[in-house]
Design a protein around this ligand. Structure first.
Ligand code: PEP
Ligand code: MG
Length: 578
C-alpha cells in the first residue's frame, strides 16, 4: 500500500530541514496522513475480520455528511430560497439504496477499504448518469460528484477516536486550522507538513496551543513511516526521524527544560526610557486563558471567535456563545478581553458559505456578517452579555470602508436595544475597534479612526494583501514578508493616524512575535502587542531591553529601505552591535 522510498525510510536516522512554524520540541511516534489520492491508488484487500469496521467508517462518514448538509443549509437559509429542496435532494442521493448496496458489497464481499468502495461505487453511478439521454438526469451527476468528494473528505481525515493520537506527531501534506484543533484535542503533540505558509491559520493555531510545528518538508508523507520515532524541533525547523538514543534523550531533556522554565512575568513591560507596552495574549478558547495569564498576559488582545465554530463543528447558538465568551472573560478578569467577531471565510470557511474562486478576496469577516444580520446580531448580543464587568472590547475583522463600520455600529445599537428591552445588563460603553488589515483601511486610517475606539493591526493579512502574496502558500512564501518596507510604511501611516486622532493602535499579527521586529514596533509607537501565550515572557523581556528613542531612529532607517532584505540586514546589524 505504501510507496517505497528507495530504502530511505529504513535508514537508522534521518534529518530534514524545514521551516520553523511553531516553537518548542516534541518527541513522539509518527502518524502519517497520506494525501487522499495516494490512499485511493495504493491499497490492499482488507482481511475479513476488519471489514465490518470499514462498513462502520462508511456509515459514520455518511452520517457526518448528512449533518453537515443540514447544518450548512440552515446557515444558508436566509440567502438561498431553495435550501430545503436542495437538502432533500442531497439526502436522497446519500441514502440511495442502489449505491448503498454497491458500497456494502464492495466492502464486505470484495474487501475494499471504505474510501475505495465509496470512490469506485460513486464513479460507476456517475458514469452511468453521464451517458443518459435525458439532459436532466445527466446533470444529476454533478450532485453525485459533489457528494462523492465530501464523503471521501470525511473518510480520508483521521478516524475521530478521542485519544487515538496521544503522544503522536502528525505528518501531513498540509493542514487546516480545524485539523490542528482536532489533532490537539485527540492528544497530538507535534506537527510536520509538506507545504503551507507560516502565517496560515493552521500555524497560528499551533503556536497558540503551543504545539511544535515544522512545515515545508517535501515528500514527508512518503519518506516517513507510521510509528517511526520523530523529533520535531519547531524552533530550528528541524525534524529527526529514528534518532539514536543519545539524540532522543538530549531532545527529551530540552523539551522538559522548556516546560520547567515557563515562568510568570507580572507587570507591564517598560522600555529603558519608561515607555510601557502591554503584552496581551491571543487565544482561541477559554481553556487557554489560565495558561495565558500564567505566562504574564496583561489581558487578552485577540480571541478568534470563529475557531469556536471550527471546534464545535456546528454553528453555535446564542446561548452557547454567551457561555463561551463569559468563560473567557471570567478567567481573564480583571484584565481586559478583546472579542473579535467571526472572521469566517478564506482559510476558515464553513459549510453554507458561498463557494468563491478567490475566497481571501471574497465574502470574508465583516463582509460576510454584514450579509447575515441575524448571525451578527446574535453574536453581538452574546458578547454584550459577557461585558457586564466592563472588561470586554469588541473587534471587527476585514474592514475596508467606513460604511461597513457605520453599519456595524448601528447593528450594535440594535443589539443593545434588544438587551435593554429584555432587561439584560451589559456595558453601554463597550469599546469597538477594527482590525486594520487591508491596505484600504490602512490608507484611510485617519478617517476610520473617527468611528472607533481603537485599532488592532493584523499584519498577517495586511502583508498578504499589500504584497499580493497568499499567506497560506509556500510558493510565494519568499514574497510574504511582514518586514517588507511597504508593510512598514503602512504601519507607520496607521499608527500616526491613530495618534493624531487620540486612539490606541495595537498590533496582533505575527510580526509582534518576531524578536527582530520588537524594536521597530517600539519605534513605531505601538500601544500594545498581542501574541501566542508561549511568546509572552520573551517578548516582555525584549521590550525591557529597548530604548524607545533609539528605536525611533532604527525605524526611520528601516522605512528608507528598498526591500525586506535591506530591513533584515539593518536589524541583524543592530542585533550584533554591542
Ligand atoms: C492578522 O491578519 O494579522 C490577524 C491577526 O488576524 P488573522 O491571523 O486571524 O487573520
Ligand atoms: Mg486577519
Amino acid at each position: 500500500m505504501d510507496s517505497d522510498a528507495g530504502g530511505l525510510k529504513r535508514s537508522p536516522s534521518l534529518r530534514f530541514q524545514g521551516i520553523a512554524a511553531s516553537h518548542g520540541i516534541a518527541v513522539g511516534h509518527a502518524v502519517i496522513l497520506r494525501a487522499p489520492q495516494e490512499r485511493l491508488l495504493h491499497w490492499r484487500i482488507v482481511p475479513p475480520p476488519e471489514r465490518p469496521y470499514h462498513l462502520e467508517r462508511y456509515h459514520h462518514a455518511r452520517q457526518l455528511l448528512l449533518e453537515a448538509i443540514r447544518a450548512g443549509m440552515n446557515l444558508a437559509a436566509g440567502t438561498l430560497p431553495d435550501a430545503h429542496a436542495i437538502v432533500e435532494s442531497y439526502e436522497l442521493i446519500v441514502s440511495d439504496p442502489a449505491i448503498e448496496q454497491t458500497i456494502s458489497n464492495r466492502i464486505l464481499g470484495e474487501g475494499m477499504p471504505a474510501e475505495v468502495a465509496v470512490s469506485t461505487a460513486y464513479d460507476a453511478h456517475i458514469h452511468a448518469l453521464a451517458s443518459a439521454s435525458d439532459p436532466f438526469i445527466r446533470e444529476r451527476r454533478y450532485d453525485l460528484e459533489n457528494i462523492r468528494q465530501k464523503l471521501l473528505a470525511a473518510l480520508l481525515s483521521p478516524p475521530p477516536t478521542t485519544g487515538s493520537l496521544r503522544g503522536a506527531i502528525i505528518v501531513a501534506p498540509s493542514l487546516l486550522a480545524s485539523d490542528v484543533l482536532q489533532y490537539y484535542d485527540e492528544g497530538a503533540q507535534g506537527i510536520v507538513t509538506e507545504v503551507g505558509g507560516i502565517s496560515s491559520h493552521a500555524c497560528i493555531v499551533a503556536r497558540t496551543l503551543g504545539i511544535p510545528a515544522v512545515i515545508g518538508i517535501r515528500n514527508a508523507t512518503r519518506l516517513l513511516d507510521d510509528n517511526v520515532q520523530l523529533i520535531v524541533d519547531g524552533t530550528r525547523g528541524l525534524v529527526i526521524a529514528s534518532p539514536d538514543e543519545t539524540t532522543a534523550e538530549h531532545y527529551r531533556a530540552l523539551r522538559d527544560t522548556r516546560v520547567e522554565h515557563r515562568t510568570s512575568h507580572t507587570g507591564i513591560a517598560t522600555t529603558t526610557d519608561g515607555v510601557a507596552i502591554p503584552v496581551y495574549a491571543s487565544v482561541d478558547s477559554p481553556d487557554e486563558v489560565p495558561n495565558a495569564m500564567a505566562q504574564g498576559a496583561d489581558g487578552i488582545g485577540l480571541v478568534r471567535t470563529e475557531l469556536l465554530l471550527v471546534r464545535l463543528r456546528h454553528f453555535p447558538s446564542e446561548q452557547e456563545q454567551t457561555a463561551w465568551y463569559r468563560a473567557i472573560v471570567e478567567r481573564a478578569y480583571p484584565k481586559p478581553v478583546t472579542l473579535r467577531i467571526f472572521d469566517l471565510g478564506s482559510d476558515k470557511a464553513i459549510g453554507g458559505m458561498p463557494h468563491e474562486p478567490n475566497p481571501a478576496l471574497g465574502l470574508r469577516g465583516l463582509r460576510f456578517l454584514l450579509q447575515r444580520h441575524d448571525l451578527l446580531r446574535a453574536q453581538l448580543r452574546a458578547i454584550l452579555r459577557a461585558s457586564v464587568q466592563r472588561t470586554v472590547r469588541l473587534l471587527a475583522p476585514m474592514v475596508t470602508t467606513a460604511e461597513e463600520v457605520e453599519t456595524l455600529l448601528s447593528l450594535l445599537e440594535t443589539a443593545k436595544q434588544e438587551l435593554r428591552d429584555n432587561r439584560e445588563s451589559f456595558d453601554e460603553h463597550i469599546p469597538l475597534g477594527i482590525m486594520v488589515e487591508t491596505p484600504a483601511a490602512a490608507l484611510l486610517a485617519d478617517q476610520l479612526a473617527g468611528h472607533v475606539a481603537f485599532f488592532s493591526i493584523g499584519t498577517n493579512d495586511l502583508t498578504q494583501y499589500t504584497l499580493a502574496a497568499d499567506r497560506t502558500s509556500n510558493l510565494v512564501a519568499y514574497l510574504f514578508d511582514q518586514l517588507h518596507p511597504a508593510v512598514l510604511r503602512l504601519l507607520q501611516m496607521i499608527v500616526s493616524a491613530a495618534k493624531r486622532r487620540g486612539i490606541h493602535a495595537e498590533l496582533c499579527g505575527d510580526l509582534a512575535t518576531f524578536p527582530s521586529a520588537t524594536e521597530l514596533l517600539v519605534g513605531l509607537g505601538i500601544s500594545a502587542l498581542s501574541v501566542a501565550p508561549t511568546s509572552i515572557p520573551a517578548l516582555k523581556e525584549k521590550i525591557s531591553t529597548i530604548n524607545a528613542a533609539q528605536a525611533e531612529q532604527l525605524l526611520a532607517q528601516a522605512l528608507a529601505a528598498s526591500d525586506s532584505a535591506a530591513v533584515r540586514a539593518l536589524l541583524n546589524h543592530q542585533h550584533s552591535s554591542p
